[in-house]
Design a protein around this ligand. Structure first.
Ligand code: UDP
Ligand code: MG
Length: 248
């Protein structure tokens, strides 16, 4: 048998923007969990123009661990752009997304993997979210409005911890802010989505990159775009093709 050295079952894609103190513990935790999973994997970090020591730490980690790959943006381009670059670079059949700030618990990965055989996408749901109360409330409102206006039922679309079959991500075109709508966008392409409860942890190091204003206002505008796309989706079934020119 010829073994393909670049073959990976699983790609973990992680956007990083000024997360220097989170990276080492995140890498060790991921390595431990993925070693136990026992399938070929890679971790693709996308450094979204960090101006702290994140890049240095990632480069150093990659020099020791061939499973670690690093993509560096020229300047900060946003979390969706970082996901997009990671998806394009990923070689795995299954792509798992998560944050770099240790808030997503890598120990949930085996549970996501268990469901991915039955579903095309598995979304984490932070049922006991560990964030400041203002963020929890605003996110609850945002999810409610989002689900109502886009006729969706994703409880916690803002949770980055998700697993996708590779094909799902090849069909969607991403725009800035659209990472929050990935489950809806892939469902529109006919893929199946499920949700699992995942552990969430408080941010110990560094600061959040979002505030109520930049998240709520922009996400609402994005929601209207997604609602429009969903409503205007082409929806037809071909009953018959009559092609006189055909040879068969
Ligand atoms: N992030 C990024 N580019 C940005 C903003 C955020 O790559 O412009 C990354 C960030 O480093 C983290 C993830 O996206 O890994 C989620 O960001 P954050 O933790 O600030 O969001 P929150 O958990 O507060 O929703
Ligand atoms: Mg966070």
């Amino acid at each position: 048998m010829i073994t393909n050295m670049t073959h990976k079952d699983i790609s973990i894609v992680i956007p990083v923007y000024n997360e220097q103190d989170n990276l080492k513990p995140l890498i060790s935790e991921l390595q431990e969990v993925l070693r136990d999973v026992g399938r070929p994997y890679e971790i693709v970090f996308v450094d979204d123009g960090s101006c702290d020591h994140s890049l240095k730490i990632l480069k150093n980690a990659a020099s020791y661990d061939p499973q670690i790959r690093v993509i560096r943006f020229k300047k900060n381009a946003g979390q969706t752009a970082a996901f997009d670059a990671g998806f394009r670079a990923a070689r795995g059949e299954i792509i798992i997304t998560m944050d770099a700030d240790l808030q997503n618990d890598p120990h949930a990965i085996p549970r996501l993997l268990k469901k991915i055989g039955k579903y095309d996408v598995v979304c984490g749901w932070r049922h006991k979210r560990k964030d400041p109360w203002i963020k929890i409330i605003s996110s609850k409102i945002a999810n409610f409005v989002r689900n109502m206006l886009s006729q969706e039922e994703i409880v916690d679309t803002g949770c980055s911890l998700k697993a996708f079959r590779r094909e799902c991500l090849q069909t969607v075109k991403l725009f800035n802010g659209m990472h929050r709508f990935l489950p809806t966008l892939v469902k529109m392409e006919g893929f199946t989505v499920t949700q699992v409860k995942v552990n969430h942890r408080p941010r110990r190091f560094g600061t959040t990159k979002y505030n109520i204003r930049n998240r709520m206002v922009r996400a609402f505008i994005d929601l209207l775009a997604v609602r429009w796309m969903k409503r205007r989706r082409l929806n037809y079934e071909i009953e018959e093709i009559i092609d006189e020119q055909s040879d068969d």
